[in-house]
Design a protein around this ligand. Structure first.
Ligand SMILES: [Zn+2]
Length: 166
């Protein structure tokens, strides 16, 4: 397994709200660079009946630390946890350029591999690149992270692309 890249945390004034999570009302933020592209993607999808929604965007390093700690408890070791949850400082979510997406009609598939069977995922596979988004963790990815069909990152500008170059 390769060492996860460190990512710097987006500043508060670079973030904009792109929605709220339907299960909790929690506000979801993204870097302003990517937010417009995401809104555009969701509007275009909706025009053909595909209801893509945001689930989780920007995450502070501190918040990631609490998520990682929960994963260590669940999976038994830091190594096992790291396949499921990025270590604090190494999550693409810190940049504000990564977004977890779901299907409004399929809440059971939120952040589950079953999301790949939804019409939203099929639409994203074909169309996300037009809006500058790519899947971060396809099956059998080099980084040793489990397959995450819900997790997309924005590489639609040279600056954004540079951040994710490994
Ligand atoms: Zn994610």
């Amino acid at each position: 397994m390769t060492t996860p890249a460190p990512y710097s945390e987006a500043a508060e004034n670079e973030l904009v709200i792109v929605g709220e999570y339907r299960q909790s009302g929690r506000k979801i933020k993204m870097h302003a660079t990517a937010a417009g592209a995401l809104q555009n993607l969701m509007i275009q999808a909706r025009a053909v009946g595909i209801t893509i929604i945001p689930i989780s965007g920007f995450r502070a390093v501190e918040y990631q630390a609490s998520l990682f700690q929960k994963a260590v408890m669940k999976h038994g070791s830091e190594e096992a946890a790291a396949r499921w949850v990025a270590r604090p400082g190494s999550s693409e979510h810190h940049t504000g350029l990564a977004i977890d997406l779901g299907d409004e009609k399929k809440p059971d598939c939120d952040v589950e591999q079953s999301f790949e069977a939804t019409s939203s995922f099929h639409w994203l596979e074909i169309n996300a690149s037009r809006f500058g988004f790519e899947l971060s963790f396809p099956r059998n990815n080099q980084r040793g992270i489990n397959y995450e069909p819900w997790h997309w990152r924005f590489i639609g500008t040279p600056e954004a692309k540079q951040i994710f170059q490994t």
